[in-house]
Structures are given as structure tokens and as C-alpha cells.
Ligand binder design. Structure first.
Ligand SMILES: *Cc1c(COP(=O)(O)O)cnc(C)c1O
Length: 390
């Protein structure tokens, strides 16, 4: 055993983690260290050659035309919306069962987030409720491919086309996923990615990207992200400063080459969880849309309210057994203080599926290094809790 193998083995024997970035790093340490060192020695920290290289590789991987690196996934959403002209008084239809960033970007631009309800099985935005919310003010529709499973985007595109409204895919959690054989991010008018370390394609800091097949939207986004100008000292509009830095791009190029393997590992882990958990009372395993591939950013179960103590009882039992777990998301966006206390306006009709999901979901450890033995311990802990109540 060489030194790096023994380090990996020692690391694996340690406790189960929600996300195991260290274990993942150790397997590709030499490649990563080399790429970072090369970027440092080149000292072109901003707009170095690694950035353009990664943008090309990313667009190629996702079967699309253009990718633009930006500073993070939240910026990607804001810049995409700015490129489409979203501004004060406009409305942006999205889901309330997501991370705050999706709606925050719209609110920051003075637009009103309008929340559609979700499909209770997939947790993704429900196209039927999207159409009910369209008004002459609707400037964009932003489906989120939540937990790694594509939203039902075909009917959304059909509705959007009929009303002439652009669609931005919030693809932060689903890089590499497919809807009817097409990679997400290039199905709508624009897509946004986050390379936050724990995302399926994570860098070693902050990073994000915008994807599009539309050259004019790509050029618009490039301008917005570059202080509102394409040339230095020729600023045409009010923009922002948002860049993917060279070191992060170098890390991402290395990791992109492993993404198929990472996705396969997540899917294998999800299949193992399905086998271990499917028969358990009070637990519902993730529902998979057969038209899509699911890249399992999260493995999220539902805990039935019929279980005595409910989700919080199970959560406490798991904590006592040192099994990491998390609730994504405990508070749907319309109930967060920023919107509920009136700091920013939002609009919605019935969000009962959203509210129910927020009260029942529980995400289990999911990452590329998860072992069968670790997953058995997770499942046994859940099973032991349920049995203890019978
Ligand atoms: C992570 C995430 C974002 C924000 O990405 P950052 O890089 O953290 O800014 C946006 N939307 C969704 C759905 C996310 O999961």
C-alpha cells in the first residue's frame, strides 16, 4: 500500500459523512495538485487559459453551444435574468421548494417571485400550476431540477412558447442529468450551474456557469458579467463583476473528466438505498421519472406523518446513532422571513404540495465515496427506530 492508498483507507474507515469531499480529493489528488500548481505558476489568476478551456469542455459535455464561467450559481441566475431584461415590476415564476438563491436573484432585480406548486412525487415544479400564474408581467419561468432530477420541462417549454416567455433552467443540482435523452441546462433558453464544493460538479471554492445555445444571449450574459461591456473602458450598460477564477476552472477541468464516474457512483448508491429502504413502513423512497436520468445530488426520502414522532423523531434517533442527515428544505421560500414578513413581495396561490413536502422530506448521506456497509448502517438505524415504536 503506498502512502496515498493508506490515507484513503484510513479515511474510509472513519464515520459516515453527508458529503465526503476529502475522500473524493484523495482519489484524484495528484491530478488536482498538478492542475492547481500549474495555474499558480502561470500566475494568470483571472481569465487564465484554464477558464476558456473549461467553458468549452463544459459546453461539449452538456451537448450545447456556449458556457460562460461566473463567480457562483446565484450570480449565474442573476446574470441570466439580467440578460433577459428582467427588472422592476416584472414577475418570475419559479418554485418555493428550492434554495433561496432562485427567488433571491429575481427579488434583487426588483422583480416579484411568483411561486408555482410542486409535483408531490418528484418535488419538481408542476407545469399545470405554472400556466395559472402567467400574467402580462411574467418575464421568465425558472424551473429547478431539484435534487438531481430534471423538472418536467417539456410542458413548461410548450406553455412558455405559447406566451413568448423565456425559460431559465436552475441546473445547480442536476449537471449531467437527462430529460428524454437531452442534457439539462441546454433545453430551455438559458441554464445556470453552481460549482459550490458539495454540488455534483464542485470546485474548491465558489464557482458557477451560464449555459445557452443562443449566441445573442451568450453575448448578453458575457457583457453583463463583465461590468456591462465587452471591451475594457467601453461600458455600455450597468453590469456586475462575476468571474470563474483560473484555479477553480483548472480544478473543474480535472473533475469534469470524472463526472460520469461520479454520477454512476451516486446512482449506484441510490439503487442500494432503494433496495435497503423500499420495504420499510412509513418511508417513501425517491420517485424516479422514467423519462429522465436522476443524478442524485440528494437522496431524499419522505417520512410519513403516521410514524409516531414523525420526521423529527426519526431525525433525533439518527443523530443519536451519529448518522448524518439533513432537511432540504425545511422552510419553503414563501414562508421565509424575507417574503413572509414583507421585506420583498412575492405571489402564490395554493402551495399545499410544497408545504407538505417541506414537512416530510429527509435527505440521507449521498456522495461519490459512500460504501454499501455505510448505507447498511444508515438503513439499519432507520429500521431500528421504526421497530422501536411498534
Ligand atoms: C446551490 C444552489 C444555488 C446557488 O449556488 P451558489 O453557487 O451557492 O451561489 C442556486 N440554486 C440551487 C437550486 C442550488 O442548489
Amino acid at each position: 500500500m503506498n502512502r496515498s492508498d493508506s490515507k484513503t483507507a484510513a479515511h474510509k474507515a472513519s464515520n459516515i459523512q453527508m458529503v465526503d469531499l476529502k475522500g473524493q480529493y484523495l482519489r484524484i489528488k495528484e491530478q488536482i495538485d498538478g492542475a492547481i500548481l500549474e495555474a499558480v505558476e502561470e500566475t494568470r489568476f483571472i481569465k487564465g487559459p484554464a477558464v476558456g478551456k473549461f467553458e468549452c469542455e463544459l459546453a461539449g459535455y452538456l451537448d450545447g453551444s456556449f458556457a460562460l464561467g461566473v463567480a457562483n450559481g446565484t450570480d449565474a441566475l442573476q446574470i441570466a435574468m439580467m440578460s433577459l431584461g428582467v427588472g422592476p415590476g416584472d414577475e418570475v415564476i419559479t418554485t418555493a421548494f428550492t434554495f433561496i438563491a432562485t427567488a433571491e436573484a429575481a427579488a434583487l432585480l426588483g422583480a416579484v417571485p411568483v411561486f408555482a406548486d410542486i409535483d408531490p412525487e418528484t418535488f419538481n415544479i408542476d407545469p399545470v400550476t405554472v400556466e395559472e400564474l402567467i400574467t402580462p408581467k411574467t418575464k421568465a419561468i425558472v424551473p429547478v431540477h431539484l435534487f438531481g432530477q430534471p423538472a418536467d420541462i417539456e410542458p413548461i417549454l410548450e406553455i412558455a412558447e405559447r406566451h413568448n416567455i423565456p425559460v431559465i433552467e436552475d441546473n445547480a443540482q442536476a449537471v449531467g442529468a437527462e430529460y428524454r435523452g437531452r442534457r439539462t441546462g441546454f433545453i430551455g433558453d438559458m441554464g445556470t450551474l453552481s460549482f459550490f464544493p458539495s454540488k455534483n460538479l464542485g470546485c474548491y471554492g465558489d464557482g458557477g456557469a451560464i449555459t445557452t445555445n443562443d449566441e445573442s444571449l451568450y453575448e448578453a450574459a458575457r457583457k453583463v458579467a463583465n461590468h456591462g461591456g465587452k471591451k475594457k473602458y467601453h461600458n455600455e450598460i450597468v453590469g456586475v463583476n462575476s468571474r470563474l477564477d483560473t484555479i477553480q476552472a483548472a480544478v473543474l477541468s480535472v473533475k469534469l473528466a470524472h463526472l460520469d464516474d461520479y454520477t454512476r457512483r451516486r446512482q449506484q448508491a441510490a439503487d442500494r438505498y432503494d433496495d435497503l429502504l423500499s420495504g420499510m413502513d412509513h418511508i417513501t423512497v425517491p420517485v424516479r421519472d422514467r423519462r429522465c436520468t436522476h443524478v442524485f445530488h440528494q437522496y431524499t426520502i419522505r417520512v410519513s406523518k403516521d410514524l409516531p414522532g414523525g420526521r423529527s423523531g426519526l431525525s433525533q434517533a439518527l443523530s443519536e446513532r451519529a448518522i448524518p442527515h439533513a432537511v432540504y428544505y425545511p422552510v419553503p421560500l414563501h414562508q421565509l422571513p424575507v417574503f413572509a414578513d414583507g421585506h420583498a413581495p412575492c405571489r402564490f396561490n395554493d402551495l399545499s404540495n410544497t408545504d407538505r413536502a417541506a414537512s416530510e422530506v429527509l435527505s440521507l448521506p449521498m456522495h461519490t465515496e459512500l460504501t454499501q456497509e455505510q448505507q447498511e448502517r444508515v438503513a439499519e438505524s432507520i429500521d431500528a427506530h421504526i421497530r422501536s415504536l411498534q
